[in-house]
Design a protein around this ligand. Structure first.
Ligand SMILES: Nc1nc2c(ncn2[C@@H]2O[C@H](COP(=O)(O)OP(=O)(O)OP(=O)(O)O)[C@@H](O)[C@H]2O)c(=O)[nH]1
Ligand SMILES: [Mg+2]
Length: 151
């Protein structure tokens, strides 16, 4: 599997997505530090929100094959500046999370991710499971088991 690093504001849904992709039971767990595993690097939202910590994300991206910008479908504003994808020398994908939420505005989140510079965008709900297989398929490499989950 390609290694995916997730970035996004606090409560964007990064950890919940990590749990869902791994097939774990979903439970709230505030991310306090960068969690590193073989296939997913989960980062605290503060690294995205606090300007000076953003540089650490750019450096940490070297550890990943793909960086995923996670924006929840009900976020009231975008914390990312335009064309942010050029700050890392890895492929950057967009992930709209929480598409099951009643207040979801998927079109708005999509516009923000495109403004960030994302050309490939996934739409997921960690609760219903919608869209998760698309991400798993995208991370899969030759030789990976057909049902492999990033653990
Ligand atoms: N309805 C719905 N709620 C979600 C979804 N994903 C996450 N949530 C909820 O959003 C809240 C925040 O989710 P987290 O995954 O902890 O967010 P995070 O981006 O890891 O946040 P930090 O660790 O603080 O950076 C939790 O209460 C989740 O249950 C989703 O797909 N659908
Ligand atoms: Mg988290």
């Amino acid at each position: 599997m390609k290694k995916l690093m997730l970035i996004g504001r606090v409560a964007a849904g990064k950890t919940t997505l990590t749990q869902a992709l791994r097939g774990e039971q979903i439970h709230y767990c505030k991310t306090q530090y960068i969690n590193y595993s073989n296939t997913i690097i989960d980062t605290p939202g503060e690294y995205t929100e606090v300007n000076k910590l953003g540089a650490a994300l750019a450096i940490y991206a070297y550890e990943a094959d793909i960086v995923g910008i996670v924006i929840s479908a009900d976020e009231p504003f975008c914390v990312f500046p335009p064309n942010i994808t050029c700050m890392v020398n890895r492929e950057v994908i967009g992930i709209v999370s929480g598409i099951d939420k009643p207040s979801a505005n998927v079109e708005q989140a999509t516009r923000w991710l495109k403004l960030c510079g994302c050309t490939k965008i996934f739409y997921i709900s960690s609760y219903t499971g919608e869209g998760l297989s698309d991400i798993i398929e995208y991370l899969r490499e030759d030789g990976d088991a057909p049902d492999a989950l990033p653990v």
